[in-house]
Write a protein that binds this ligand. Structure first.
Ligand code: IMP
Length: 422
């Protein structure tokens, strides 16, 4: 295969980072195409933990070039901090990390607006507070600062001024908060841009050439399909295209189709922030999964809500993103539990619903649960128990696509492949 995409099939936090890291071993390019540092991709190598937010998870492989595509929103201060952290682990320079000149810049104004809305606004989304939504708003309104603008102070000032008159009213009159002046913000961003100017380039042409030369490309999605601004549980979503559709708008896949679209599925369901969650567990089983799975956000430190695996939502995610196979993660967390259930359908207004099509009201969905025999695997050998095999079979049968990878721990050695991707 030449091109593979990794897509979160739930509400994010499925364990995409470690699968990307594993597949990156065999590919030439890893490409981020949407989102920003709201993502938190945790990778464990030989017991050492690295959390990546906006830098692609292929960066720990020396042979691999990492690309931040034009669909990504980049906060320069965070980017540089992350870059320094990665450089303390491995050698990374502009030859193998490229930032699209057309990616959108997250400014201080975006971050402050996000925070003000979340703390003072009437309708909380439960955002990560990183300024993601306001940055994408400016992009859609054609008022964004692009990465290339960081390199010219006059252009940067002009771009920042664009729309500032409106924002100033919001900050002063509505939210009553102090914000940096245009001059201060221009200087700050300019100085930051100078520190990574060598990394800024036209990433579209790099990808175009790579694909025409048959290089192997891995697209790394952030968040999950159910947080997609169009396909997700709107308005409780992020502001980017998290499904595979975002690849074409946020990076480019010239002359080609994506050969394999791998959906990352956690063996149970989690969600952070507000919004509907049909299989959410409010009892001790939910707390057990939360604690055992250490379900705490890598970016915000917030506790994640937990529930059983939800087939209607996954069937929908498969359709939205054309998923062709699944990587099933965190199976170890469900091992040794007293009960094991999956939601095979919902009951809504007395009717059975098999797929969470957008027309249905998820707040009203009552999960129909099937109990399975719990598995008690210790994963010390490559053999899986009859019960675990039955759980995997149930998932393949219920969703209609194969489980190509299963993971029972965070380390590279704890990820097993049933299928070859590159
Ligand atoms: P935003 O992306 O910060 O605007 O947040 C919008 C919604 O997406 C909130 O519910 C966040 O909790 C959720 N979200 C954003 N990024 C992630 C992620 O990487 N994992 C899980 N949830 C996320």
């Amino acid at each position: 295969m030449q091109t593979v995409a990794i897509i979160g099939a739930q509400w994010g936090d499925e364990g995409k980072g470690k699968i990307t890291d594993m597949l990156a071993e065999k590919c030439d390019y890893v490409v981020r195409y949407q989102g920003g540092h709201n993502a938190g991709h945790t990778i464990w190598v030989s017991g050492k933990k690295t959390v990546l937010h906006v830098i692609p998870s292929g960066v720990l492989h020396d042979h691999c070039t990492s690309i931040i595509g034009h669909g990504v929103v980049v906060e320069p201060e965070n980017f540089l901090k992350e870059l320094k952290n990665v450089q303390s682990i491995t050698t990374v320079d502009h030859k193998r990390l490229k930032v699209s000149e057309n990616a959108t810049v997250i400014t201080s104004y975006h971050r402050l607006l996000d925070a003000a809305r979340e703390s003072q606004g009437p309708e909380k989304i439960g955002t990560t507070g990183k300024g993601i939504g306001p940055a994408y708003e400016d992009k859609a309104a054609r008022k964004a600062v692009k990465i290339k603008d960081l390199l010219d102070k006059d252009i940067l000032y002009k771009k920042l001024s664009n729309g500032f008159a409106e924002k100033k009213v919001l900050f002063k009159e509505l939210y009553k908060i102090e914000v940096p002046s245009l001059e201060e913000e221009t200087e700050r961003l300019y100085q930051l841009g100078q520190q990574f100017k060598d990394y800024i380039c036209d990433t579209f042409s790099i990808l175009d050439k790579a694909i025409s030369q048959n290089k192997k490309v891995l697209y790394e999605g952030a968040q999950g399909v159910l947080l997609d601004v169009d396909y997700g549980t709107y308005p409780y979503v992020t502001s980017s295209s998290t499904s595979s559709a975002g690849i074409l708008t946020g990076a480019g896949n010239v002359n080609g189709k994506v050969d394999e679209i791998l959906g990352i599925v956690k063996a149970y369901t989690t969600r952070v922030g507000e919004g509907p969650f049909p299989t959410e567990l409010f009892d001790e089983v939910g707390s057990y999964i939360q604690k055992t799975g250490n379900e705490v956000g890598a970016t915000t430190g917030r506790t994640r809500r937990c529930g059983w695996l939800d087939f209607p939502l996954l069937r929908y995610a498969i359709k939205c993103s054309n998923l062709t196979s699944i990587a099933l993660t965190k199976l170890d967390i469900l091992s040794n539990m007293e009960t094991l259930k999956v939601c095979y359908a919902y009951e809504i207004d007395g009717k059975q619903v098999d797929c969470a099509y957008p027309g249905i009201d998820l707040f009203k969905a009552k999960p129909l649960l099937k109990s399975l025999k719990p598995f008690k695997d210790d994963f010390k050998t490559n053999e899986v128990s009859v019960e675990l095999k039955a759980y995997i079979d149930e998932i393949e049968k219920g969703l209609g696509i194969p489980v190509g990878i299963y993971a029972f721990g965070p380390d590279r050695a704890e990820i097993k492949f049933n299928k070859t991707y590159f």
